[in-house]
Design a protein around this ligand. Structure first.
Ligand SMILES: Nc1ncnc2c1ncn2[C@@H]1O[C@H](COP(=O)(O)OP(=O)(O)OP(=O)(O)O)[C@@H](O)[C@H]1O
Ligand SMILES: CC(C)(CO)[C@@H](O)C(=O)NCCC(=O)O
Ligand SMILES: [K+]
Length: 270
């Protein structure tokens, strides 16, 4: 039966790796359950040499509990990547399974759709039901929606929070480079200093844009849930709750959405 083949595939521990544009996102699954998730920088040259030589992955969720991987029976690495140059580096690893759009049971996808968007969308729909809208607040901020038939409706891509600060900081003579993690409260809308003026412009414009996309989505699919993920997911969820309290009950923050999606894809019951 289908059930058994699934169990064979998923009962052993496996490591999920999502190669994002800024960093690597990892998750360890043990007994079909997400055991731990963590982020690292992209791997260095020497890390990659170690991987090629020993088939061990020089990373661990915590230094006190390293993952020791036997070269004879390497842990399955379930890989998805939006950075083609990084994908290639992992092809030396013997037990790697690359997830591509072909593995995702969504209809109507276009060929260049980002695999992270497709996995997160599928994971969210399988978890909270279709139709669904996913907001991924990462390096890029994306909206990706699917209808009740698990068919891609489409979405939008714009520079994420840090990238907006970076583009101002790096492409102007006088503007400082602001750090997202230092922002703990909303700035005044009409700011009287440079730092808060940048924060106001970027944050209120992003919030207004997100609100507008959510409202446009809900006018098409009033019963839809909206899942938020990505490095800035917390940030936006907090502010959206105060900004548009009426959608609070529809908003779901799930930091590990990409890994929920990988798990659903491995289980394979469409
Ligand atoms: N330690 C961190 N390093 C980098 N970005 C961080 C960190 N903590 C929070 N962030 C925020 O996360 C955002 C990047 O999100 P994320 O890590 O999801 O991006 P990513 O690696 O490009 O993944 P994706 O490709 O899925 O967007 C940045 O805008 C930044 O504000
Ligand atoms: C939009 C990003 C950068 C978000 O990580 C990624 O999904 C990507 O590279 N997408 C390809 C283009 C598209 O999704 O239409
Ligand atoms: K990205």
């Amino acid at each position: 039966m289908k059930q058994n083949t699934h169990q064979q595939r998923t009962d052993n521990p496996w490591l999920g790796l999502m190669i994002g544009n800024s960093r690597l996102h990892w998750a360890l699954f043990v007994d079909n359950t997400l055991n731990s998730a963590w982020d690292t920088d992209h791997l260095s040259e020497s890390d990659m040499q170690q991987l090629a030589k020993t088939n061990t992955i020089p990373l661990s969720p915590s230094s006190s509990r390293p993952i020791f991987l036997s070269p004879n029976l390497p842990i399955t690495l379930v890989l998805a990547s939006v950075v083609p140059s990084q994908t290639k580096l992992w092809q030396t690893y013997p037990n790697v399974r690359l997830i591509t759009l072909n593995n995702i049971p969504l209809k109507g996808m276009y060929p260049t759709l980002g695999i992270d968007r497709a996995i997160a969308l599928y994971g969210a729909g399988k978890t909270w039901g279709f139709p669904i809208l996913v907001i991924d607040a990462g390096t890029a901020l994306t909206f990706t929606g699917a209808d009740a038939n698990q068919c891609l409706v489409g979405g939008a891509i714009l520079p994420g929070l840090s990238l907006q600060f970076t583009s101002l900081g790096q492409n102007t003579g006088q503007l400082p480079l602001l750090e997202t993690r230092l922002i703990t409260s909303l700035p005044p809308r009409f700011a009287m200093n440079t730092t808060e003026a940048i924060q106001s412009g970027v944050i209120y414009t992003l919030l207004a844009g997100i609100k507008d996309f959510i409202q446009a989505w809900l006018s098409l699919f009033p019963e839809s849930k909206i899942a938020i993920t990505g490095g800035d997911g917390n940030f936006f969820q907090n502010f959206l709750q105060t900004h548009i309290p009426e959608i609070t009950e529809k908003l779901i923050l799930e930091k590990n959405l990409i890994f929920l999606g990988m798990e659903k894809i491995l289980i394979g019951n469409n």
